[in-house]
Write a protein that binds this ligand. Structure first.
Ligand code: C5P
Length: 295
């Protein structure tokens, strides 16, 4: 049997970063939003656990160094089955881009293996496992828009009444999430363990009432100064948006712009294309990981 799962990338429409905790994580108050940029996972029965990757992640590790591989191992050990699966991931989500591509692959792998092995966990149970793999791994199982608390793994769905069109500016080189958090702490200095996270209440209300203009005004990322500090050229990319609201996605370096009209979207693509690796136009929000079978 072959199981296929399509799993979306995310942006953070709001990323409030609070204090550095004693466990090395930061308390966050974030608004995740799933976007129409996907990785596709194919899972087939096999005598061992095997992983291959093509597309954006062709150079990624295919062993324990890959979060998707660890996801399959974890589900097998938690449910007492043998990790017998051949996984193939076709990646369209750029790597180390602040779009949670690795998290998406791990989430999609949990869903695919749960189906292949008939281990019967609910999505909420899979999300429990996902959050032990990484702070952003549970969200792609649900998709849509959700508030993330704790280190990002405590999710509350947001009934957002919007159809957003975003233009993504993808950089030539990725950024390491831990390095950007460390840079944020360095910039905050003594305040790193006491700083409070920006409050997402305003943008959540705007999303609920479908006020795209207010959503554009209220985009916020407390990590942006750290991403810009590590990658100075990102400030120029943000300026290329002209009047359009732009924000670093997660820890970056991807920058997304909220296009308010087809004209603005075309203008953004034309302005950004010469200054980044590629531009992508996506819609949001979209549903989370989706299963399909081939008997
Ligand atoms: O949870 P995840 O494994 O994706 O996190 C990777 C790294 O990012 C952590 O080891 C930590 O350095 C940083 N991080 C953080 N606070 C969070 C999430 C991640 O400091 N809320």
């Amino acid at each position: 049997m072959t199981i296929r799962v399509r799993v979306p990338a995310k942006v953070n429409l709001h990323l409030g970063v609070g204090p550095l905790r004693t466990d090395g994580y930061h308390e966050v108050a974030t608004v995740f939003c799933a976007v129409s940029l996907y990785d596709d996972i194919v899972a087939e029965s096999s005598e061992t656990l095997r992983l291959t990757v093509d597309g954006e992640g062709a150079h990624l590790p295919t062993d324990q160094g890959n979060l998707a591989y660890r996801a399959a191992s974890l589900l097998a050990s938690e449910t007492g089955v043998k990790p017998e699966v051949s996984l193939h991931i076709h990646k369209q989500i750029p790597v180390a881009a602040g779009l949670a591509g690795g998290s998406a692959d791990a989430a999609g792998t949990l869903l695919a293996c749960n189906e292949l092995w008939k281990t019967g966990l609910t999505v909420d149970e899979l999300a429990g496992l996902a959050s032990t793999l990484g702070s952003d791994v549970a969200f792609p199982l649900y998709g849509g828009v959700a508030l993330g608390a704790g280190r990002g793994e405590i999710l509350t769905p947001v009934a957002a009444d919007v159809d957003l069109r975003l233009v993504l500016a993808i950089s030539h080189q990725g950024l390491s999430t831990p390095a950007v958090y460390a840079e944020l702490d360095r910039l905050r200095g003594d305040a790193a363990t006491t700083e409070s996270a920006s409050d997402p209440e305003g943008i959540v209300a705007a999303l609920r009432r479908g006020d795209v203009g207010a959503v554009a005004e209220l985009l916020c990322n407390d990590m942006q100064s750290a991403s810009l500090s590590l990658r100075h050229t990102l400030a120029n990319v943000l300026e290329l948006g002209g009047g359009a609201s732009g924000l670093v996605s997660g820890s970056g370096p991807t920058i997304f712009f909220l296009a308010r009209s087809a004209d603005e979207e075309h203008h953004l693509v034309a302005a950004l294309a010469p200054h980044c690796r590629r531009t992508l136009v996506v819609t949001a929000p979209v549903p989370g990981a989706q299963l399909s079978y081939t008997p």
